[in-house]
Design a protein. Structure first.
Lengths: 110, 115
């Protein structure tokens, strides 16, 4: 069974204070690992896809990296508008469905 | 920017009643999904739909659930006889191509409350 574990559950940062979110996964043959952002009461919004260990993707203040067992979402100099829940999900080669983690609720204080 | 739209945004129903949740996926997308999120829990996969048939479904998607694309634009999720534990946010999602099946576009969700 595919599993995704995210840590920490919640993270409070001061504006400009860089940090990382962790996503550990087990999957029977990884097709892709995905990061989504979810604002309260909204649907998840796609951020990144990572396909193989060593791959990195960047978007504004966010950078996602992938190893064979985990992924990190690095947030550099965050702003209050980065406050959201960040979800990690995996897709196995044999499936179309995504398996999501519980998310990390990020709060960036001004 | 094209988006996935869902109706209703919130529905309250009595246990045992039938509910239909509606979605209009992005127009050139080919793959459609329903996920749900019980309050405070993970987003969970329910079903995927392609070429007018179910391509994958989870254990949650039992005989009480059904999906349909009745008219080429709408994509519906029907729950025949709702239970208290069906209370959740239901998200419709779509994607364009087979190669990017994890890059989903989600709607804003339909909150279902079963009393």
């Amino acid at each position: 069974e595919d599993q995704v574990t995210q840590s920490p559950e919640a993270l409070r940062l001061q504006e400009g204070e860089s940090s990382s979110l962790n996503c550990s996964y087990t999957v029977s043959g990884l097709r892709g690992l995905f990061w989504y952002r979810q604002d309260p009461g909204k649907g998840p919004e796609f951020l990144f896809t990572l396909y193989s260990a060593g791959e990195e993707k960047e978007k504004e203040r966010l950078k996602a990296t992938l190893t064979k067992k985990e992924s990190f979402l690095h947030i550099t100099a965050p702003k209050p508008e980065d406050s959201a829940t960040y979800l990690c999900a995996v897709q196995a080669r044999s499936a179309r469905q995504l398996t999501f983690g519980s998310g990390t609720q990020l709060t960036v204080l001004p | 920017e094209p988006e996935v739209t869902q109706t209703p945004s919130h529905q309250v129903t009595q246990m045992g009643q039938e509910v239909i949740l509606r979605c209009v996926p992005i127009s050139n997308h080919l793959y459609f999904y329903w996920y749900r999120q019980i309050l405070g829990q993970k987003v969970e996969f329910l079903v995927s739909f392609y070429n007018n048939e179910i391509s994958e479904k989870s254990e949650i998607f039992d005989d009480q659930f059904s999906v349909e694309r009745p008219d080429g634009s709408n994509f519906t999720l029907k729950i025949r006889s709702t239970k208290l534990e069906d209370s959740a946010m239901y998200f419709c999602a779509s994607t364009q191509t087979l190669g990017n099946t994890g890059e989903l576009f989600f709607g804003e969700g339909s909150r279902l409350t079963v009393l």
